[in-house]
Design a protein around this ligand. Structure first.
Ligand SMILES: Cc1cc2nc3c(=O)[nH]c(=O)nc-3n(C[C@H](O)[C@H](O)[C@H](O)COP(=O)(O)OP(=O)(O)OC[C@H]3O[C@@H](n4cnc5c(N)ncnc54)[C@H](O)[C@@H]3O)c2cc1C
Length: 274
């Protein structure tokens, strides 16, 4: 019988320290590349991997690299507890146990031909980053595309190099609460960004991911744009153990966030942003 919990081994090939508590890890399979599916994708933007170290445990992480990339995958790890602490101690060349990809991901086929507003805050950027990478790789399949990204200070804006690259393909609107003198983006209440967004609300979709208070703020931007709730997709983080629908830690109503999520329709969730 196949053991569903058996990981494959990967080697860490690059580590970027994005802040005191956030690191980006790039890893590749010890043997071979990551398999592509019939759509020539290694995963769907919004899916996650289980990653960990033998003897310490594993945790779910959204994949942030391009779904078209089969040589490596990338995750962003915020240090909060046991597994993430051990991951933060890894050096390039270390081995990582990974399983996945799991979860549903964003319905990127449905997004084609439509205007797209993506919104994220702080360390909620990984699943949105993968979606941006997919859109940028297939730019002619999508309409007007906006990325709204907010953080407390300019230093808390992650993936700055990639934002520069993406900025030549899509509109990027940045917002911080506490600016530095050289800051050129929006400041304060994120709703002010609305005036810079031009979409056809009847042919638009939105994708969001971020911490609770940020989601509340994003809700006040996305809904006034006139995008119907059923066309707003939210990636939720639930406490999760197995990633494959066995442990029941991530139940959300009568669904499992690991199988039926982590991406939900806005009209399917309670919006308490816990
Ligand atoms: C689908 C999905 C995608 C994720 N993507 C990322 C990612 O890209 N980068 C990243 O750094 N983290 C991500 N997480 C969160 C990460 O998996 C958890 O923080 C994980 O518990 C860390 O393991 P740990 O052993 O270091 O911390 P633990 O020792 O498990 O927990 C540390 C603290 O965080 C709390 N906690 C754990 N998980 C959650 C949760 N989901 N929601 C609220 N509180 C929680 C615990 O109660 C505890 O207080 C994701 C989670 C899910 C479900």
């Amino acid at each position: 019988m196949k053991n569903l919990y058996l990981p494959i081994m990967a080697k860490v090939t690059r580590i970027e320290e994005l802040s005191a508590d956030i690191k980006l890890f790039r890893f590749q399979r010890l043997k071979g590349s990551f398999p592509k599916n019939r759509d020539r994708l290694t995963f769907t933007a919004g899916q996650f991997m289980m990653a960990g170290i033998w003897g310490y445990g594993e945790a779910p992480f959204a994949i942030l690299s391009s779904p078209s990339e089969d040589r490596f995958m990338e995750i962003l790890v915020t240090r909060v507890g046991t597994v993430t602490d051990v991951l933060h101690k890894l050096r390039v060349g270390a081995e990582l146990a990974i399983r996945g990809p799991y979860g549903n991901g964003f319905p990127v086929g449905f997004f084609e031909g439509k205007d797209i507003v993506m919104a994220s805050g702080g360390c909620g950027i990984p699943p949105i980053a993968a979606l941006v990478e997919h859109i940028v790789c297939n730019r002619d399949r999508f309409g007007r595309v906006y990325l709204l990204y907010g953080a407390t200070t300019p230093r808390d804006i992650l993936l700055k190099d990639r934002l520069d690259t993406w900025g030549s393909h899509i509109h990027i609107l940045l917002n911080v609460l506490h600016p530095t003198p050289e800051w050129k983006g929006h400041v304060g209440i994120m709703t002010a960004m609305i005036k810079d967004i031009e979409i056809n609300p009847l042919n638009s979709v939105a994708a969001m991911c971020g911490p609770g208070p940020m989601m509340k703020a994003l809700e006040r931007i996305i809904r006034p744009l006139g995008i119907a709730d059923r066309r707003i997709y939210v990636s939720l983080e639930r406490k999760m153990q197995c990633g494959i629908g066995k442990c029941q830690h991530c139940t959300k109503g009568d669904t499992y966030a690991c199988l039926d999520g982590p991406v939900y329709n806005f009209d399917e969730i309670d919006k308490t942003w816990d």
